[in-house]
Design a protein around this ligand. Structure first.
Ligand code: 3H9
Length: 699
């Protein structure tokens, strides 16, 4: 039974259960079940108060997101009806909260008179992260408990509140010492005689509200979040009139409208996609990931440092191995400085910082690769160097150890064949800075075993990365698509745009950083090397010369002070570089191209549809299993705005027939060969389907 009740002495206890995270799902009968148990308990003459509790590790993860694509009334109806039923109850109500009370889960608890929480409980109204606001009274009841300013700040940021802060702020009424259920029962017995104390009846403190609104509006915010923040301001403001129900109705109206908005659809998709990537097609779901505790990282360069930090941040041991003792010393110094900076900024406790430093060790002796569950190679990107490393790993590593390469472009199958155990070899492509970036491309070689794959997917989760499986090809999913995106950015320069226009258009559209600024940040020299190799390997796919012209000057981006822009120092704001602009204009003339005004719309379409087209090829080739894998890569590794849902989702929203028509137009222009439509796009259009059809069954 998802909801049950009992009477303990003279207190009714309702317990609901919808494992693993107790979403308030109407399909599972949770809101209806709670209301029914309430009816039954209220009808019992001896019952003096009621405790509402949940089974499992958390009180509730909120309304059931998987039900959100129904019509708005069906989404809001059941949970709102439950809370209205709580309002109408004659007996005092106490929520007993363990783990997290999120979104609609917290709103149900706010429909009770009191909240008793475990010491380690967490509270949040995280709806803005889904492009929404709380839609079951959260924007109306929370302000009455904590004051409007605090409530607005928490709702607008989707903040997670600790039990201690919740208690101080009036959101939690008591923190349980020991057993939560017993504490809630004792609390209920104490307040039973006091009658009801509904949050909706409490006075509202609005002191400082206008200033808080002004401060929120002054904060830079991406356009996706901005909409939800404005909605939160409107809803909390609506609660300041005399009529509670009018405020509530306004909140419902705003929530229902947001639910069908494009950003909310995209953010919902992103939420589901980031979880669906863990269910790898063809991988036996019954296979359990082997436990990874000790990891060796070969190479003490930037990637090695970032990877080892990501590992110790997750509580595992990392040993950095590099034959050069000076490189090791530099790595140690940089890693410790990063950890201590995190401590100084309050992101880490003293104890956690000490533990992370202790979990890192360094060795210049290659035979120390022994005794590890996983070895991640992060050495120079050259097949000869990889061959040496993997031959040695094969000779020295314990049997069964997983051997991973952090290569970003090289052939993982060739690397695997340097060993006599290719089934244990896999690609783990981290993104820089590896301690911060969420994405981990897991490259499945032709001989990678199911067990190896299952274990590294488990490892990705352990180190809090979003692991996405890719097949072997030059660039895997992300970089292969990035190549086509950059190709268009460079061609746009040749045809008439300037760097700031290209970047500005993409950033206004929502990309975290425009393509040229990204290259300046990453360092142009890496791309230059790749282009030289590709020029030899793929002479039929010529590249614009613009980036090479800049590299030939030794202008590699931020680290050299110049790239597409001028930088006073690394990390400084990019300044327009007239010399670069002159070089671009001269290149157009050399090519005989008459420079033209290019609209922001064309810039955005060309950069994005180039991604979509290459993404479709990756699907055809089986490099990416589903469109959602591609979208997850882009949202987590390349600053693609979550409120747009990724390049494949976005193309569906534009409409694949329109995308194909625009590509056909572009094919008539400069370097039109790059716009040959992927057969998959043509096929889907013929069938009247979109990429979404290829995601079906992922749940
Ligand atoms: C809301 O409440 C609106 C209301 O204000 C108004 C309504 C009218 N629903 O993330 P995990 C699934 S909006 C359905 O891997 P973790 C998840 O998909 C909601 N399913 O675990 C996954 O399924 P699968 C406000 C949900 O421990 C499984 O549970 N709430 C929900 O890493 C495990 O999830 C939020 O925004 C849900 N609400 O993280 C919280 N939540 O195994 C959203 C999870 O099939 N949830 N699932 O892939 C989270 O942020 C994380 O799941 C959480 C746990 C931190 C709770």
């Amino acid at each position: 039974m998802p909801v049950s009740s009992q009477i303990v002495n003279d207190i009714g206890v309702i317990v609901f259960s919808n494992p693993p995270l107790n979403p308030i799902s109407a399909t599972a009968g949770i809101p209806q079940g709670i209301a029914a148990e309430l009816d039954a308990l209220e009808a019992q003459p001896g019952v003096r108060a009621i405790v509402l509790a949940a089974e499992g590790r958390m009180f509730s993860a909120g309304a059931d997101i998987s039900e959100f694509d129904r019509n708005a009334a069906e989404v809001g109806g059941p949970i709102r009806a439950l809370i209205a039923r709580l309002d109408a109850c004659r007996l005092p109500l106490v929520a007993a909260i363990q783990g997290s009370a999120l979104g609609g889960g917290l709103e149900v608890a706010l429909g009770c008179d009191y909240r008793v929480a475990a010491q380690d409980a967490r509270f949040a109204l995280p709806e803005v992260t889904l492009g929404l606001i709380p839609g079951a009274g959260g924007t109306q009841r929370l302000p009455r408990l904590t004051g409007a300013v605090r409530a607005l700040e928490w709702i607008a940021a989707g903040s997670t509140i600790t039990a201690k802060t919740a208690h101080e702020a009036g959101l939690a009424d008591a923190l349980a010492e020991g057993d939560l259920r017993a504490a809630a029962l004792a609390f209920a017995a104490r307040v039973a005689a006091d009658g009801r104390r509904r949050p909706r009846d409490l006075p509202l403190n609005t002191e400082g509200f206008d200033e808080a609104v002004a401060a929120l509006r002054a904060k830079p915010q991406n356009p996706g979040l901005r909409m939800a923040v404005e909605a939160a301001i409107a809803a909390v403001s609506a609660g300041q009139g005399a009529d509670f129900d009018a405020g509530l109705a306004e909140e419902y109206r705003i929530f229902d409208a947001l639910l069908v908005s494009e950003p909310a659809r995209a953010l919902r998709y992103a939420f589901g996609a980031e979880r669906a990537v863990a269910r790898v097609p063809g991988l036996d779901p019954a296979l359990r990931a082997a436990e990874i505790r000790r990891v060796a990282v070969i190479g003490a360069g930037t990637m090695g440092i970032g990877i080892s930090l990501a590992i110790v941040q997750a509580g595992l041991q990392a040993r950095v191995i590099d034959l050069n003792p000076e490189a090791l010393e530099r790595a140690r110094a940089r890693s410790e400085a990063t950890i201590l900076r995190n401590r100084d900024r309050g992101r880490l406790s003293e104890a956690a910082a000490t533990a992370q430093i202790a979990a890192l060790s360094y060795s210049s002796d290659f035979s120390d690769v022994k005794g590890h569950d996983l070895i991640i190679e992060a050495v120079f990107e050259d097949m000869g160097v990889k061959e040496k490393v993997f031959t040695e790993l094969d000779r020295l590593a314990d049997p069964g150890t997983i051997l991973a390469s952090n290569t970003s472009t090289l052939d993982v199958d060739r690397i695997a064949d340097f060993t006599a155990r290719p089934e244990d070899v896999v690609g783990l492509h981290f993104f820089s800075p590896a301690n911060l970036m969420k994405l981990l491309e897991v490259v499945r070689g032709a001989k990678t075993s199911q067990q190896t794959l299952a274990t590294v997917m488990g490892f990705a989760r352990q180190i809090r990365k979003v692991g996405v499986v890719a097949g072997v090809c030059d660039g895997f999913i992300g970089n292969r698509m990035f190549e086509e995106y950059l190709r268009q950015a460079y061609l746009l320069l040749e045809e008439g745009a300037l760097p700031a226009q290209v970047d500005g258009a993409m950033e206004r559209w929502g990309m975290a950083m425009g393509p040229l600024r990204t290259m300046d940040l990453a360092g142009q020299d890496i791309g230059w090397n790749i282009r030289k190799r590709r020029a030899a390997e793929q002479p039929d796919r010529p590249y614009s010369r613009v980036p090479d012209l800049i590299c030939e000057q030794g202008w590699f981006g931020q680290k050299t002070g110049r790239g597409y822009y001028i930088y006073a120092e690394p990390g400084a704001k990019p300044g327009v570089d007239p010399e670069v602009e002159a070089m671009i204009v001269a290149e157009s003339a050399r090519l005989g191209l008459v420079r033209r005004q290019i609209s922001d719309e064309e810039i955005v379409e060309r950069c994005l549809f180039a991604l979509t087209n290459e993404g479709a090829r990756l699907l055809e080739e089986g490099i990416a299993a589903r469109p959602l894998d591609i979208d997850t890569v882009w949202m987590n590794g390349y600053g693609f705005p979550r409120f747009r849902g990724g390049p494949m989702f976005y193309a569906d929203r534009v409409g694949l027939p329109k995308v194909a028509a625009r590509m056909a137009e572009f094919a008539k222009g400069n370097q039109g060969w790059a716009w040959a439509a992927a057969p998959l796009i043509t096929r889907l259009n013929t069938e009247g389907r979109g990429f979404a059809a290829l995601n079906e069954g992922a749940k």
